[in-house]
Design a protein around this ligand. Sequence first.
Ligand SMILES: [Zn+2]
Ligand SMILES: [Zn+2]
Length: 249
Amino acid sequence: MKNLIDVHNHTVASGHAYNSYGEMCEAAAAKGIQYYAITEHAPTMPGTCKPMYFTNFQIINRNAYGLNLMNGTEANIMNEEGELDLPPRILALQDIVIVSMHSPTYNGAKDLSSCTSAVVNALRNPYTQILGHPDDGQFPLDYDQVIAVAAEEGIIIEVNDASFSPWSYRQNCRENAHIYLERCAHYKVPVLLNSDAHFYTKTGSIDYALEIVQATNFPEELILNDKPEVFMNMINRRIQAWGGKPIVF
Ligand SMILES: [Zn+2]
Ligand SMILES: [Zn+2]
């Protein structure tokens, strides 16, 4: 499978990633990525950029670096209510909105029902498009419930390459991935393999994630990485549902 899409990447602006915006984009283009996004951590992550960072993306050319270039955020799911750490007026300015659970920023209880409520409520947020790394055993999830809601809302489930790397600090990712992938196949929810790169050599890389997906015999037609039109249709459907303008390259 040719990987054409990577919409989960961090630069120095995130505070714990090590390359510039241009370095990340150039590395992605060199790998043959066509649809690319930088998605810095939203403001409650220690050391990341402030809300103002997320308000000026209109100055960036859509086709810079020879890519179909998008900008967005990896928003933090803050609590059991599924609140995100950017207000609607700023979420409305993002091309890509990934929502994720992170230990420095999640303030809710870490039992199954609390984490499941947090994620389900975040998926109901009209600005949410992608659920980031739903594999970390620190935040146990009722995958049947989460993936059923993703199916209803048209949310893309991320298979996060960094989760399965030897340097990952997330817990039980492989076991959990097998469970959520089985539920995605059941509910016909498309998945996107993203690098979650914090260094330029990792951008566009999905080898670890692909190995997991292939090991589960996941249906090829539900993998979006080589189907940019289907991917962009899903993103634009979410944007148009709250009244936003679709992304056009
Ligand atoms: Zn993350
Ligand atoms: Zn990330």
